[in-house]
Design a protein around this ligand. Structure first.
Ligand SMILES: NC(=O)c1ccc[n+]([C@@H]2O[C@H](COP(=O)([O-])OP(=O)(O)OC[C@H]3O[C@@H](n4cnc5c(N)ncnc54)[C@H](O)[C@@H]3O)[C@@H](O)[C@H]2O)c1
Length: 252
């Protein structure tokens, strides 16, 4: 099992469904945890859920604010004395036909899902270079690889995040920085559960996912731990699709 004993991991969107599972899995592997989110109350709840034994702290941040996002790695270093892993997990999603998607909604999705990972990585990398090692894991989506209707901004943002992952590796992979992405398929979380339980979505999962089921957040979290630790030291710039086979191809 991957061990991250004593390493400091910063997880954005830590109060959400997948974020909480990532934090629990990182805690189980021995990491100290900086939980970052916009939702202060949910963040405090997430820290409490990790249990008294966990070395964790909450950082409230609005990732659409470049100044707050840029300051976050230093806040984490001031608290823990280091920063080894950044998981860009926070995300938002609009479901609307293109003609009903406002430019403001488009921008907000791009801001949270793509620009924030860029700004946060840009702020975290110099310290990682100084310490000679650092791992970034971006939570993309299979929607960054396959287009889905009514999700123009989300698909564009996640495709961009997959490319950001590759460019970070190209520029810094030779200097002790790892940047990989996890691209989940359908995962049951508060973001999705009502929608995914609709008959339309259940039929889509049966038709498209060879495993004919959605994922639980823990099934996304474990690959994130793998990409955060030294077991994945020869994996860089890649996107790991954790989608039950959805993107493997189309049946008939
Ligand atoms: N749930 C799925 O089926 C699924 C599938 C593929 C990819 N993903 C991706 O996984 C990630 C987590 O998704 P989830 O399902 O846990 O969603 P979620 O809504 O449960 O959690 C998202 C978290 O991001 C936080 N957030 C949103 N905007 C923010 C901002 N401006 N600043 C700081 N925090 C902000 C929210 O407060 C929330 O806690 C997202 O990037 C999502 O796109 C989810």
């Amino acid at each position: 099992m991957t061990t991250l004993h004593g390493q400091v991991a910063l997880v954005t969107g830590a109060a959400g469904g997948i974020g909480r599972a990532i934090c629990s899995a990182l805690r189980d592997s021995g990491a100290r945890l900086a939980l970052a989110d916009l939702d202060k109350a949910a963040l405090d709840e997430a820290v409490a859920d990790l249990g008294a034994g966990a070395d964790s702290a909450a950082f409230d941040v609005d990732l659409t604010d470049d100044e707050q996002t840029t300051a976050l790695p230093d806040r984490v270093r001031d608290h823990f004395g280091g920063l080894d892993v950044v998981v860009n997990n926070a995300g938002v999603r609009q479901i609307a036909p293109l003609l009903e998607l406002s430019p403001a909604d488009w921008r907000n999705t791009l801001d949270v899902d793509l620009t924030a990972p860029f700004v946060l990585s840009r702020a975290a990398i110099p310290g990682m270079l100084e310490q000679g090692r650092g791992k970034i894991v971006n939570i993309a989506s299979m929607a960054g690889h396959l287009a889905f209707q009514n999700r123009a901004a989300y698909c564009a943002a996640k495709a961009g995040l997959i490319m950001l992952t590759k460019t970070i590796t190209l520029e810094y992979g030779g200097r002790g920085i790892w940047c990989n992405a996890v691209a989940p398929g359908v995962v049951e979380t508060p973001m999705t559960s009502a929608y995914f339980r609709s008959e339309q979505m259940a039929a889509s999962i049966r038709a498209n996912a060879p495993m004919e089921r959605w994922a639980q957040p823990e099934e996304i979290a474990r690959p994130v731990v793998f990409l955060s630790g030294s077991d994945s030291d020869y994996v860089n710039g890649t996107t790991l699709f954790v989608d039950g086979g959805w993107t493997a191809g189309k049946g008939y």
